[in-house]
Each structure stands twice: as structure tokens, then as C-alpha cells.
Design a binder for this molecule. Structure first.
Ligand code: SIN
Ligand code: FE2
Length: 218
């Protein structure tokens, strides 16, 4: 599925694309055609690199559990945030980036006006009810030319999308199974986060939300 925001297809499906900032788009249900492929690939890669809690440099335990795939995986410990080619848990390279992840990344970025996006880092977060992600910027990547593509699966979440200072007011946007958010360009360094996930059961994923964030890190 491709969706050209600025072409004719946009006119046929205007309600499916929400522009929430200059270069930030919520693509409703965009990942649904790939949902099964994404989840099958996820099950396989999680055997090699399971979800785990990570410590922040400040000594806190993140409430979401994380894993990664691709050439570079995002990690955090008492020494700081960074990308690593090796999974510290398995001491082996991260699992390969699944084809379905690459396909959604390229198609969603393209629909949001960012052509030719090829991520080398896939961060996977699982949120149990109550888990959250505090406001932060994605800024451990080598440059900020490429966009961020963020796929939501499972339980709904309230996504916060703010400004360039943590204290700036943030929009609150509900995200559902299959929604994809893309931000880049002028919006690349905006603060964003996720409010605590409300209890619930998702028909496919049960009592969790999974987010896959695709980035060009190296
Ligand atoms: C993140 O910014 O790392 C995750 C965002 C999300 O879970 O939607
Ligand atoms: Fe982020």
C-alpha cells in the first residue's frame, strides 16, 4: 500500500492522514496490511533478543521493556544512552531488520514526504498497563536528516508531541493498533512521549502495547 499525501490518493482518503505539525503526520491504520507480517517477524526476533528493562543514566528503571533489531540497537545503562551493534544481553549482534519493518518504514516515510528512507535501527518497546515513556528527544542518531517512523500495535496509547523544550506544551494524540506516526525535517527534534497505558485487553496482543520505532542511526 502506498499513500501519496500530495497526490490524488490523498483526496480519496483524507480522513486517514492527520497532519499534526509542519512535518509530522499520523497515518491512521497505515500498518494494518502488514500487521501479521510485523508480528510474525517480531516473535522470531524476540527469541534472539528478548524484551528487557533498561536503566536510565540517572539510575531509574524504564517502565517499558525494550528490544532492538537492525545494524544498531538503542541501549541505556548507567553509562548513558547510545547505539550499539551488539545486544548486551546476548553479546551477539541484534537480529536483522525484518523485511516487513523496512517495507512499512519506507512506505510510511514516503507518504509523509520523506522519500528513500532506509532505517538501520529498529527499537521495539512493550508497554504493560501503567508503563509510560517520559518526554524526550530522539537525538542519539548521527544526523537528523532522516525521519522517525513509529508504529503502534496493541492497546491504545496517548502520544504526547511537544516542542523543542521539555516544558513546551504538548499535543495529546490517541494512537491505535496499526497507526503510524512519522516526524522529521523541522520537527525531527521535537519532544515526545507516551502517557501511562490504560488497562485493557487487545484482541491480538492482549494486555500490552507494542511500539516499533524505525530510525537511521548510523
Ligand atoms: C519512543 O519515543 O521511543 C516511543 C514512542 C511510542 O512508544 O509511541
Ligand atoms: Fe522517542
Amino acid at each position: 500500500m502506498t499513500l501519496d499525501l500530495f497526490g490524488e490518493e490523498d483526496l480519496q482518503q483524507p480522513a486517514r492522514v492527520e497532519r499534526i505539525c509542519t512535518q509530522t503526520f499520523v497515518l491512521r491504520g497505515f500498518a494494518l496490511p502488514w500487521a501479521e507480517a510485523l508480528l510474525t517477524a517480531l516473535n522470531t526476533l524476540l527469541i534472539q533478543s528478548p524484551f528487557r528493562h533498561m536503566q536510565t543514566p540517572g539510575g531509574f528503571t524504564m517502565s517499558a521493556r525494550l528490544s532492538s533489531c537492525g545494524d544498531l540497537g538503542w541501549t541505556s545503562d548507567s553509562n548513558g544512552y547510545r547505539y550499539s551493534a551488539i545486544d548486551p544481553l546476548s553479546a551477539a549482534p541484534w537480529p536483522r531488520m525484518p523485511a516487513a519493518f523496512l517495507a512499512v518504514a519506507e512506505a510510511a516515510a514516503s507518504a509523509a514526504g520523506f522519500k528513500g528512507f532506509v532505517p538501520d535501527a529498529g527499537l521495539i518497546n512493550t508497554y504493560a498497563p501503567g508503563a509510560k515513556m517520559s518526554l524526550h528527544q530522539d537525538k542519539n542518531e548521527r544526523d537528523y536528516d532522516a525521519p522517525i517512523v513509529s508504529i503502534s500495535l496493541g492497546l491504545p496509547a496517548i502520544f504526547q508531541f511537544g516542542g523543542f523544550e521539555r516544558s513546551d506544551p504538548a499535543q495529546r494524540i490517541s494512537l491505535f493498533h496499526g497507526d503510524v506516526v512519522v516526524w522529521g525535517g523541522l520537527d525531527r527534534l521535537r519532544f515526545h512521549g507516551v502517557l501511562p497505558i490504560k488497562p485493557g485487553q487487545h484482541p491480538v496482543l492482549g494486555e500490552q502495547r507494542i511500539n516499533i520505532t524505525l530510525r537511521k542511526a548510523g
